[in-house]
Unconditional design. Structure first.
Length: 110
């Protein structure tokens, strides 16, 4: 029974991943993405669950990317405007850039 459940979940990864990819391609703010999946009546409960798990994985990866760049940009930085300009120009996915810019909103050079 556990093996069958694992297979059903695994079979949902492709369609759930396509749904998450389509959602990530929109302008929906990162914070609103889980609600978009939660409230999508076109998704079966299992697909919704798998899509939420996949969204968490992808958001975690964007967050790690933003965190890495934040650490590099702010290390020994003294010019907040220069750091913010570098963040805007950083070679990041749009979602990771948004997370990076959110981090910089509360940051001041030390």
């Amino acid at each position: 029974e556990q093996s069958a459940e694992t297979q059903r979940r695994w079979a949902e990864r492709v369609p759930a991943g396509a749904h998450v990819d389509a959602l990530l391609a929109t302008d929906t703010p990162n914070a609103d993405l889980p609600d978009e999946i939660r409230n999508d009546a076109s998704l079966t409960p299992l697909r919704r669950l798998v899509a939420m798990e996949m969204l968490d994985e992808r958001l975690w990866a964007f967050d790690a990317e933003a965190d890495r760049v934040f650490a590099a940009l702010t290390k020994d930085a003294t010019d907040g405007d220069a750091v913010r300009a570098a963040a805007v120009d950083a070679d990041l996915s749009p979602r990771a850039r948004a997370m990076l810019l959110e981090r910089l909103d509360g940051w001041e050079p030390g």
